[in-house]
Ligand binder design. Sequence first.
Ligand SMILES: [Zn+2]
Length: 79
Amino acid sequence: MTGSPERLPCTYCGQDWQTCYRVRSDGRTFLLCPECDSVWLPGDDRRKPPVHYLPDLFPPHLEHEVWKLIERCDPADSP
Ligand SMILES: [Zn+2]
């Protein structure tokens, strides 16, 4: 058993969980704190402070629509 991600609180604000989200257009998955928009990409150390931020994942002109471009996903759905 690998892969079943452990539920960890946000290491930045601690106010919410690191939650699995997916980019609708290309299926990329990442972990997001819905509270402060911190992002952990696959390969990032989830126990360390985040080095990505939600708007950074998209070109600047899409910055204001990022929540429309992503959806929650169930980690169990991931291959
Ligand atoms: Zn947070």
